[in-house]
Structures are given as structure tokens and as C-alpha cells.
Design a protein around this ligand. Structure first.
Ligand SMILES: Cc1ncc(COP(=O)(O)O)c(C=O)c1O
Length: 418
């Protein structure tokens, strides 16, 4: 009898678990839904002529997605809009616990709440750090081809760019550590900006690689910024490593940047976080933010940020397989119909990096081929550094139908030109 009850108890527990799991699943998102973004002040869709060069091109350039944001964020915004009063916001401390929860869940590392500074974007964090911790003429190390605002941030401030170019061989990117160590050893080298995971090449750096970067920077007294804005978007089983966390010596020399804006498609709401374990670096950074008058966010930034990191887990769980599906589709389409365009297999992000060297075009003809013949609005590879000249970046953060349309257009152009 006891056995029987135990068995029934177990059955009931399993039944309840199934039931609860069903309930837990939350919203079902339909990433296949095509929604027009024209005339919505969208940089991607309304600025396509100026930024891509042809207003008829399907915009697949700037790094936001064409998916609606999670329902809890939209609900909050609807309620606030209904309220109708949009005065100065009051910044509560909620973003700290929300960030701590999210990073622990995503990457299994524990951040201290006092390390966190709320900011209005990761690019503003990088600009502020360059101002606070370097002087004109100092060298800032980056790894080209890389997210171009890193390049602009260095040049805009009259700092010198030191390029620890990534190595590209057999379709895979790696870090040239000997070159990195030599660059860090120079007395002029003050800062390194690390794209972790890497935009645009899509590498999820392995723990050994991230640790080695952190170690080389510490040994040479080069401050490390680890831009981890894409770190939620880990694909095909890859695992992200937050830089320096867990080693107090490395932590003291590192600033990590996080934001829910890519993951949940809320870049227009401007919310991000600088994680700075070292208190004097944190104070100096916060003082520079104040001097730049960049301390005031939009009324919606903070609530959207907190909801994203506390109530939207189901969105990401559904988004990742969808992105993987888009990448698999892209890869097999290219292999079947356009074998001279090769996908550099992404391990993270919704930004794909296409090796077009086998097409044999000059760079101007390459961009003309994509933008004017195929009407596919890519980001030019050279904007990420000269190393990107035979490449284009294609944003696949869109409904499958949009991707299919773009690829069919590309195939027609390919067949006509080649
Ligand atoms: C690596 C990287 N860092 C930062 C950003 C932009 O950050 P934010 O919009 O928070 O300034 C992007 C956007 O594409 C990015 O890819």
C-alpha cells in the first residue's frame, strides 16, 4: 500500500511538474511575424538610403532585430503611455538586483551589486572610459575587424589605435596572443576594448582565451573593457565567459559592459550597465559620466531594463533556436546556390559575417553587388577595419520570410553576375 501511494505520489508530482511546466512556459512568441517598421523612426528601416546606399534594399545592417519586444515590457510601456505624464525619471536601485540575477542565471557568475553603474548605452560607456582613463596620444588596443564605434571612439578622442588584428585561417578567427602581449607591453598602451563575444566575426571566446586576455592586460597595466552586450546570444551550445570575474586581481583591472537591448530588441530605450569591481576606477568613471552630463536616462529605460532581466527569460529561450534556424537556413542556402559566398560559422549573436573573397570582386563592386543588384542592405566589411574588405556583415535577426526573400534576391544577382 505504501509502495502504491509512493508510486501515485510520484505520478502526481510528475503530473504537477508537467502541468507547472506548461504554465511556466509563459508567452509564445511568433518570430515569423513580419511587421513593417517603415515610418517608425527606425534607423534600420527609415535611414536605409543614407546608411546603405539604396532605399529599395532590404535593411539587414544595424544590429537590432525585427522582432517585437517581450510582452511584459510592452505591457509596462502601454501602462506608462496611458498614464500620460512623462516628467523626469527617478532612478531606483532595482537594476542592480536585476543585473545580478540575470548574469548569474546566464553565465553562473556572481556580480556584486555595488560594482554596477547604470548607463544609457554601451557605446557611451566606452566613450566615457576613453575620456577618463586615457590621454591624447595614448594607445588603445582593439582587434580588427571589429565593431566600428570602437574605432571611432579612439579616433574621435585623438587617441592612437593599436590593432591586434584577429587571425583568419580555415574559416575561423583566433587571437594573436604574442602580438597582443607585445602591444600591451608598450608604455603608451593604456586600454584594451575586447568584443566578447565578437562582433562581427561571431566568435564566442573560450574561457582560456578570455583568461589569457585578462592576464596579459593585468600584467601590463592595461585597463580592460569587456563589451559583453551580445553575451546572451550564445548559439549552438557555446558558453560565454565574463572577463576577469572570479580572479580578484583581474577583476580590479576590468570594466564589463552589459545591456538587455540586443537580446530583447529595446535598443531605442537606452539602458545598460557598467560593472566595475575596482572602487576607485568606478568613482572616476562615474565622475566622468557626470561631467559629460550623461547621467539622465529616458523615463522608460530603467523599468524596461529591470523587466527584461527579471521577467523575460521565456523570450530568450524561444529566440535562440529561432536564430539558429535562420543561420542553418542561411548556411545551407549559400552552400547549395552560392558556394562562392562562405558563412563564417557564428557561435554567438544575430550578426553573420560572410567571406566573399571567392567572388573575386573589388570592394566597390562587392558592395554594389549586394546593395544595388541584389537589393540586400548589408554592412560593408571594410567599416570594421581593412581586414574586413572582402566580407560583408548580414544581420539575420529577422523573420525567416525576410531572410528567404533577401537570399532569393541574392541568388538571382549571383546567377546574373557570375
Ligand atoms: C559590440 C557592440 N557594442 C555596443 C553596441 C551598441 O551599444 P549601445 O546601443 O548600448 O550603445 C553594439 C551594437 O551593435 C555592439 O554590437
Amino acid at each position: 500500500m505504501f509502495q502504491f501511494m509512493r508510486a501515485r505520489g510520484l505520478g502526481f508530482a510528475l503530473y504537477m511538474r508537467g502541468y507547472l511546466c506548461k504554465e511556466d512556459k509563459g508567452m509564445q512568441y511568433n518570430f515569423d511575424q513580419v511587421i513593417s517598421r517603415k515610418n517608425t523612426n527606425s534607423s534600420k528601416w527609415d535611414n536605409v538610403k543614407a546608411r546603405v546606399g539604396n532605399e529599395n534594399a532590404i535593411p539587414m545592417w544595424v544590429a537590432d532585430t525585427d522582432f517585437v519586444a517581450p510582452q511584459p515590457i510592452r505591457k509596462m510601456l502601454e501602462e506608462r503611455i496611458q498614464h500620460g505624464i512623462f516628467g523626469y525619471p527617478y532612478r531606483t536601485d532595482e537594476f542592480r538586483a536585476a543585473t545580478k540575477r540575470w548574469i548569474l542565471k546566464q553565465h553562473q557568475v556572481e556580480l556584486q551589486e555595488e560594482w554596477m553603474v547604470f548607463t544609457t548605452g554601451v557605446v557611451p560607456i566606452i566613450y566615457t572610459i576613453i575620456q577618463a582613463f586615457t590621454s591624447p596620444g595614448d594607445e588603445v588596443i582593439i582587434q580588427q575587424p571589429v565593431y566600428h564605434p570602437f574605432i571611432h571612439a579612439i579616433r574621435d578622442h585623438g587617441r592612437r589605435l593599436s590593432n591586434n588584428a584577429l587571425r583568419y585561417a580555415c574559416g575561423q578567427y583566433t587571437i594573436d596572443f604574442d602580438d597582443l602581449a607585445a602591444r600591451c607591453a608598450k608604455p603608451e598602451a593604456k586600454l584594451m576594448i575586447f568584443s566578447n563575444p565578437h562582433n562581427p566575426v561571431g566568435r564566442c571566446w573560450k574561457k582560456e582565451e578570455v583568461d589569457r586576455v585578462a592576464k596579459i592586460c593585468v600584467e601590463n597595466n592595461v585597463l580592460l573593457i569587456s563589451d559583453e552586450i551580445h553575451s546572451d546570444l550564445m548559439l549552438f551550445g557555446h558558453k560565454h565567459t565574463p572577463a576577469a570575474i572570479g580572479n580578484p586581481c583581474w577583476e580590479n583591472n576590468t570594466i564589463l559592459c552589459y545591456a538587455p537591448t540586443k537580446t530583447f530588441n529595446i535598443a531605442g530605450l537606452r539602458g545598460s550597465c557598467a560593472v566595475i569591481p575596482n572602487s576607485s576606477i568606478r568613482e572616476r568613471f562615474s565622475h566622468q559620466l557626470l561631467c559629460n552630463s550623461s547621467v539622465q536616462e529616458c523615463l522608460f529605460s530603467l523599468p524596461a531594463y529591470v523587466i527584461a532581466y527579471t521577467q523575460c527569460d521565456d523570450y530568450l529561450e524561444q529566440l535562440l533556436p529561432y536564430l539558429e534556424g535562420n543561420i542553418t537556413f542561411l548556411n545551407s542556402f549559400l552552400r547549395s546556390y552560392m558556394p562562392r559566398i562562405r558563412l563564417v560559422q557564428p557561435e554567438a549573436t544575430f550578426l553573420t559575417w560572410l567571406d566573399c573573397s571567392a567572388l573575386g570582386f573589388e570592394k566597390a563592386s562587392l558592395y554594389d553587388f549586394f546593395v544595388n543588384r541584389a537589393l540586400v542592405g548589408i554592412s560593408k566589411g571594410e567599416s570594421f577595419g581593412a581586414e574586413g574588405e572582402q566580407f560583408v556583415r548580414l544581420n539575420i535577426g529577422c523573420p525567416r520570410a525576410t531572410l528567404q526573400k533577401a537570399l532569393h534576391q541574392l541568388r538571382n544577382a549571383y546567377m546574373q553576375c557570375l
